[in-house]
Design a protein around this ligand. Structure first.
Ligand SMILES: *[C@@H]1O[C@H](CO)[C@@H](O)[C@H](O)[C@H]1NC(C)=O
Ligand SMILES: *[C@@H]1O[C@H](CO)[C@@H](O)[C@H](O)[C@H]1NC(C)=O
Ligand SMILES: *[C@@H]1O[C@H](CO)[C@@H](O)[C@H](O)[C@H]1NC(C)=O
Ligand SMILES: CC(=O)N[C@H]1CO[C@H](CO)[C@@H](O)[C@@H]1O
Length: 354
């Protein structure tokens, strides 16, 4: 993977350093770790965070639909690239918005690779739905700048894709759902990978070339999973499944490189960074990593509700609610991701600031 990765980093660098002439366009796909407000537009969705205390540390201190107290990793990466964080797709006025030419966020809380993931949230945009929306956005681009320019824009844009956590947390790990009874862990992983293969190939056909795929973090260590262990420990079996999923994604990327000419996919391996943050919180200036700042009720979901009690210092906690990192943790993770993508470019990868 080293060669395409390096070439790719050089390309991002070129794009980032020539920003004065043309801004880097990013398209973001994913779940609640990357959503910036699409679900606010889904009337019946239960996967929402547009209420206090979400956003308490975001600009203006108001909830936006981000599932954290402050910024997502995508917001912070955008800041570092000197571009504004792309707006939610559903906030754009359809057919008549130049915003599609500048980058769009398609992510939706509760979404997964599979359509039936997160079904108890009633409404969310699955990865297939998000690609459908990208296809519509592409049609809008073509109307605005013509087919050749729209294709070129997509070929040069950066696609950030972070999806799969909910296929475990809100599907396979829920004993009352069909998938956990129907499949073994190996079969389920194979289903995810073969589905992802079709989805990434479809994005490629729609013009995507430079894609950053986020691996999954150690989901066995998030507060909503820890409470299932008698001692509050990480669930080893869950972490093992995630590691196997990550390996399979790495193999999938290698096979896509064989089959899709000029595709440049990078696996952004977030697992070790998140695990280190959880195992050694003090190393990064945190005090608590085994429970969330917001005192959530994991029996009724684990989101931070308006009547929840908050910790006294939000900067001391790795987790904001039972699923999502705090703004401060996202800053640490974004820093590591950014410097791994830009490893050859110390000049534009600022040193960690806490
Ligand atoms: C999701 O549903 C759509 C529409 O029914 C279908 O075309 C697609 O293949 C499904 N995707 C998956 C991953 O099952
Ligand atoms: C978290 O770890 C601390 C010790 O570091 C322990 O006292 C506390 O009970 C743990 N909390 C949970 C929810 O497991
Ligand atoms: C909150 O915690 C951070 C990190 O430990 C520390 O730097 C800061 O001084 C604390 N703030 C308050 C008000 O105690
Ligand atoms: C089996 C296994 O551990 N495979 C890989 C999964 O991803 C991790 C990090 O996310 C890699 O370091 C492993 O090699």
């Amino acid at each position: 993977m080293a060669m395409p990765g390096l070439a790719f980093a050089t390309l991002i660098l070129a794009a980032a350093t020539s920003m004065a002439s043309a801004a880097l366009v990013t398209f973001i796909f994913g779940d609640s770790l990357t959503e910036v407000g699409n679900n606010n537009y889904l009337q019946y969705s239960l996967a929402r965070s547009n209420f206090p205390y979400y956003g308490i540390d975001y600009v203006g201190g108001q909830p936006t639909g981000r599932f954290t107290n402050g910024r997502t990793i995508g917001d912070i990466i955008s800041e570092k690239l000197g571009i504004s964080s792309p707006p939610p797709y559903l906030s754009l006025s359809q057919n008549n918005d130049d915003a599609v030419l500048k980058g769009v966020n398609f992510a939706s809380g509760g979404a997964g690779i599979l359509n039936d993931t997160g079904l108890y949230f009633i409404q969310r945009l699955s990865f297939d739905d998000q690609i459908d929306n990208f296809e519509k956005a592409k049609e809008t681009m073509k109307k605005k700048i013509g087919e050749v320019a729209a294709n070129r824009l997509c070929n040069e844009a950066l696609f950030f894709i972070g999806i799969g956590s909910n296929d475990y947390v809100n599907n396979f790990l829920q004993p009352f759902l069909a998938d956990s009874q129907q499949y073994t862990a190996d079969e389920f992983r194979e289903l995810l990978i073969s589905t992802l293969y079709k989805q990434l190939s479809r994005l490629y056909l729609l013009g995507a070339r430079k894609m950053v795929l986020h691996g999954l973090g150690p989901l066995g260590c998030i507060p909503s999973q820890r409470v299932k262990s008698k001692t509050g420990e990480c669930l080893k079996r869950v972490n093992q499944w995630i590691l196997e999923f990550n390996s399979s994604v790495q193999k999938l990327i290698a096979s896509l490189h064989q089959r899709l000419p000029n595709a440049q996919l990078i696996f952004a391996d977030t697992y070790p960074a998140v695990l280190d943050l959880i195992d050694n919180p003090r190393k990064y200036g945190f005090k608590v990593s085994n429970t969330s700042c917001c005192n959530v009720d994991t029996n009724i979901g684990g989101l931070c509700l308006p009547n929840s009690k908050l910790c006294s210092n939000r900067s001391e906690y790795v987790f904001w609610d039972a699923f999502h990192p705090s703004d401060k943790a996202n800053a640490v993770l974004a820093e590591e991701l950014f410097s791994s993508l830009f490893s050859g470019a110390p000049s534009i990868a600022p040193t960690p600031s806490n």
